[in-house]
Design a protein around this ligand. Structure first.
Ligand code: 1QQ
Length: 418
C-alpha cells in the first residue's frame, strides 16, 4: 500500500499501521527467539546452513578425507544451480572425530549454529550416539556412510544415503567364490567394539553359512588393535582358504598386512571400513587382491556422475572418486534439491529462511523422504523410514602398483544383484 492511499483512507491507514506493528512485533519476536536459541527461531535472511560432522581425525579420518572432498564438490556444484531459484546454502564442516564424544560435540555445536539439517557422522558407532540428539531436536540427519542395521530406525528425522550392510556385503563373498570356486573354508575377523563391524560381520557370517562355508574361526578384535600376530597364527593353523574382515582402516589395514606377512595366500575380503584408496598407505603392497563391495561406480555414465567425476578428477590430480566421496556428494545433493523444491513451492516473494526453523526442518524432512534423486550413485529414493532405495551395487578388487603406494579399485564385471 502506497503512502498516498494511506492518507486518503484513514480507516485503511489504521489497519496498515496495525499490520506494520504486528509485522515488527513478529520480527522482534523472531529475533528474540533466535537469540534465545529456541526451536521456533528462523534465521530471517541469509544462507541456510547445512552442517556436516565427519571424521577428520582418528581412525576413520581416511574416510572423512574422502567425504570432505565429496561435500565440497557438491557445495560448489549446487551453488546457483536450479536456475538461481533455489535458496542460498552454506556448508559448515566440523570434525566429528572417530569416537562418540567428538561427534557429540560437533553435532551440538552445529545445532547451536542453527543448521537446517545435518550430514554425518562418519561411523555407525557414532550415529547411534548422536543421531538421537538431532532427532529429538527435530533436525533432519542424512547419514553419508552409516551402514549398520538399525540406523534409519533411530528416529523419524534420520535417513541415510549409504546402503545397509545386508544389501552390500554378501556381494563380495559371492565375488570371492566366483573368482576362486575352490574355496572350502573361511575365517572371519571383526572389530567387536564397532557397531558397523559387528553388524557387517553378522551378514558376512550368514552369507558364508548360506554357502556351506560356516567359518572355522571367528576372531573378535578392536578398532584400536594394531598387532594381530597371535590371533593370525592361531587362525592360520585352521587353514582357511578365505578370510573376511570387518574393521576400520587402521586396524583392518594392519590386519591385512600382517596376514600376508605371516604367509596367508588365500582370498581376502574386506568390508566397507576399508573402502578407500587411503588404505594404500596402511597395507601397502599387501592391499593387492583385496575384494570390497561398492555402492558406487565411477564408471557410471549418467550426466550427474560424469559431472561429479570430472570435478573430482580436476581437483585431485586425475584421481578417480571413491565411494565415500560419491556418497557424501549425494547426501548434500538430497538436501540441496529438497530445499530447492520447497523454495519453489512457496508463494512469490516468500523465503524458506523466514519460516520458523522448526517448521522448515519438518518440511525439509518430509520433502527429502518423498523425493527421487538422480545422483552419482544412480537413482535413489527413500522408504518412509529413511532407508535408502538404491538399485546397483558392485565389487572392486584392489590392484596395487609396483611402488606399493599407489593403486586402484578395479571393478569386477557386474552380475545381476541378488
Ligand atoms: C559405518 C561404516 C563405516 C565403515 C563407514 C565410514 O560403514 O560405520 O557404518
Amino acid at each position: 500500500m502506497s503512502q498516498a492511499s494511506i492518507s486518503q483512507a484513514p480507516h485503511r491507514s489504521l489497519r496498515a499501521a496495525s499490520l506494520l506493528l504486528s509485522a515488527s512485533l513478529l520480527a522482534s519476536a523472531l529475533v528474540a527467539c533466535s537469540r534465545s536459541g529456541r526451536d521456533d527461531k528462523s534465521a530471517g535472511t541469509g544462507p541456510l546452513l547445512i552442517g556436516a560432522a565427519i571424521a577428520l581425525t582418528g581412525n576413520a579420518s581416511v574416510i572423512g578425507q574422502d567425504q570432505r572432498i565429496g561435500l565440497e564438490i557438491a557445495r560448489d556444484y549446487f551453488q546457483g544451480n536450479f536456475q538461481g531459484k533455489g535458496p542460498a546454502l552454506e556448508l559448515k564442516i566440523q570434525d566429528g572425530g572417530s569416537d562418540e564424544a567428538t561427534a557429540t560435540n560437533a553435532f551440538r555445536s552445529l545445532i547451536g549454529a542453527n543448521v537446517v539439517a545435518l550430514i554425518g557422522p562418519s561411523l555407525s558407532q557414532q550415529a547411534f550416539a548422536v543421531d538421537p540428539i538431532a532427532d529429538r531436536a527435530g533436525i533432519p540427519v542424512v547419514g553419508p556412510s552409516n551402514t549398520a542395521a538399525g540406523i534409519p530406525q533411530i528416529g523419524p528425522f534420520v535417513s541415510r544415503v549409504s546402503a545397509p550392510v545386508a544389501q552390500v556385503a554378501p556381494l563380495s563373498i559371492a565375488a570371492a567364490l566366483r573368482l576362486n570356486p575352490k574355496i572350502r573354508s573361511a575365517a572371519v575377523f571383526y572389530a567387536q567394539d564397532d557397531a558397523y563391524s559387528t553388524s557387517e560381520s553378522k551378514i558376512f557370517q550368514q552369507a558364508l553359512t548360506d554357502r556351506n562355508l560356516k567359518p572355522v574361526a571367528v576372531i573378535r578384535t578392536s578398532v584400536s588393535d594394531t598387532d594381530f600376530q597371535s590371533q593370525i597364527t592361531e587362525t592360520l593353523r585352521r587353514k582357511p582358504d578365505l578370510i573376511v574382515i570387518s574393521g576400520l582402516p587402521s586396524d583392518g589395514g594392519n590386519l591385512v598386512r600382517q596376514l600376508r606377512e605371516l604367509g596367508f595366500k588365500g582370498t581376502l575380503v574386506a568390508g566397507n571400513g576399508m573402502n578407500s584408496p587411503n588404505i594404500y598407505s596402511i597395507c601397502q603392497r599387501f592391499c593387492d587382491g583385496l575384494l570390497i563391495a561398492q555402492a558406487y561406480s565411477p564408471e557410471s555414465s549418467t550426466p550427474i556422475n560424469r559431472a561429479f567425476v570430472a570435478a573430482y578428477t580436476k581437483s585431485r590430480g586425475g584421481a578417480v572418486p571413491p565411494q565415500f566421496s560419491a556418497q557424501a556428494f549425494t547426501a548434500y545433493q538430497v538436501l540441496a534439491e529438497s530445499l530447492s523444491s520447497l523454495q519453489l513451492s512457496l508463494p512469490p516473494g516468500a523465503t524458506l529462511a523466514a519460516l520458523p526453523r522448526a517448521e522448515l526442518r519438518r518440511r525439509l524432512n518430509s520433502a527429502l523422504l518423498k523425493g527421487r534423486y538422480q545422483t552419482p550413485l544412480g537413482e535413489i529414493r527413500f522408504t518412509p523410514e529413511g532407508e535408502v532405495i538404491q538399485n546397483q551395487f558392485y565389487v572392486a578388487q584392489v590392484r596395487m602398483n609396483a611402488d606399493g603406494r599407489s593403486g586402484r579399485f578395479q571393478l569386477l564385471p557386474t552380475l545381476p544383484n541378488p
